[in-house]
Structures are given as C-alpha cells and as structure tokens.
Ligand binder design. Sequence first.
Ligand SMILES: C[S@@+](CC[C@H](N)C(=O)[O-])C[C@H]1O[C@@H](n2cnc3c(N)ncnc32)[C@H](O)[C@@H]1O
Length: 276
Amino acid sequence: MTSRLPISPQVFAIFSALVAEKIGFHYDAADRELLGDKLSARALDAGFDSLLDYYYFLRYDPGGAAEMDALIDGLVVGETYFFRELAQLELAVSEFVAPRVAAGGRPRIWSAACSSGEEPFTLAMLLAERGLLDKVEIIASDISVRALSRAQAGVLGPRSLRSNAPPPPFAERWLQVTPDRVVVSAELRRAIDWRRINLLDASQVASLGQLDVVICRNVLIYFHDNTARWVVKNLSGALSAGGILLVGVSESLFRLGTALACEERGGVFLYRNAEP
Ligand SMILES: C[S@@+](CC[C@H](N)C(=O)[O-])C[C@H]1O[C@@H](n2cnc3c(N)ncnc32)[C@H](O)[C@@H]1O
C-alpha cells in the first residue's frame, strides 16, 4: 500500500499557490517534503493515488470545496491553551472593556483565530469573574471547521491546560477537569458567538461590523509579510474609534507597518485605533 505520494517541483508550486490563496500560508521550496506529507495523507484518505489528480479535484470538482475544508483542517496549526498570554487579556478587560461598560456601552470583542476556543473561553472567564459577561458581545472565529466544532462542544483534551503557570483559582468554577478531558461550562459556551471566518476575506471580516477589541494572536506568524499586511489592514478597518488590536507576544506589527498606534501598558503591548 502507498504511504506517501511523490510531489514534483511543479506540483509543489501549484499546491503552494493554492494554499497561499486559500489560507495565506506560505511554503518555501525547502518545505516541499513537509507539504507533500500533509497533502499525501489527505489525498490518500480521499481515495487519490496522484497529487495532481487531487489538485484538479480540489480546484475544479463540485466536491472540491468540502475537500478543501478537510485539507485546511490538516494544514493549520491549532496550538492553543487556556490562560495563554493572560496579561494581555486581563489588560483588555480591565482597561478597555470595563470602562466602556461603565460608560453604558456594550463592547464588542472578537477572538479572530480562536482555534479550539481556549482563548475566548479564557476571556469569557475573566469577564464573568467581573460580572461583565452579559454586558458584552464576544465573537470567536477560525477557519478550521474541526477546531470550531471542538470549541462549540466545549470538550477539550488535558493539554488545553498546559500553561506554565498554574490555572488561576477561578478556573475551577468554569472548567470541569478530569484526567482525560476538560469540559467548559455551558454558560461560557453560550456566551460566545462562534463563526467561521477566513482572515484573508475582507468581506467576511467587514460583515462583523465595528469591534472594540480584536484579539488575533499567534496566527500572523504563518503568513507571508504581504498577506499579514493585508490581514492587519482588514482587522484595523474593523476597529471602532479607540478600539484595540492584540497580537501574540512574539508578533509585532512594526515590520509590517500599521496606521495603528503601538502602546505599552504594564509590559503589555497593544495597537490602538485613533479617536476621532
Ligand atoms: C496557533 S493557533 C492560535 C490560537 C489562539 N489565537 C492562541 O493564540 O492560542 C492559529 C489558528 O489560526 C487559524 N488560522 C490559520 N489561518 C487562518 C485564516 N486564514 N483565517 C482564519 N483563521 C486562520 C488556525 O486554524 C489556527 O486555529
């Protein structure tokens, strides 16, 4: 039985262009075998014995779109965990969300590449602990259908709690932890509006309307600079006046350039849209 399909430089070139077009991931020539392995696994599962045939199917067959979704699930990196880079989320809640609620607003918050949901669930816990959960709107999205269905079910593996720091004391009110799984409380799951959104698609992003806090962490690193610039432009366009964008602690917008102002607060970096 074939366990891996060969990938010629030409087939690699058309596949890397397809993947860049669909999800923005950039594969260099040096990644040919890596991409070949991922494509092979999916193509063989789908019953193909040639990557070129698989490519034609994805591009031109009516069933290609559903298979593309399955391929995307196999290509994305869903690495995430509860309480990751917690200081950023705490700052967003205490300095941006809470004051807006106090002023009578109903802030809108978007976790823009939420994977299996640990990030928006962490945010929802912080809000609930301050009595703010029903005073905000939380949208959480990802491109991966598989990741989103895990998030919506709220049943995650023990690795979702692999943060270096111990979970904050309030975690036990919201998470039911057993040796083999972590179950998120129904109240948190219900509080989040789950969507499938491709960050490359400007019209999907614009369909969310204006947002006060956009959290887009640990995904820009997978994009080529031009794609990352495009995504940041789309996200910036979705921010309300004075709204903020949070990116991962190892990501920076300086290299890409942005009209947003970079601010530092207590060691946390954020990007803020100008007030009128
Ligand atoms: C490493 S996870 C980050 C999860 C979370 N934000 C965190 O920091 O823990 C990256 C996520 O980005 C998603 N992603 C990749 N490309 C995307 C795209 N073009 N549009 C939307 N989501 C995308 C992946 O499916 C994956 O779930």
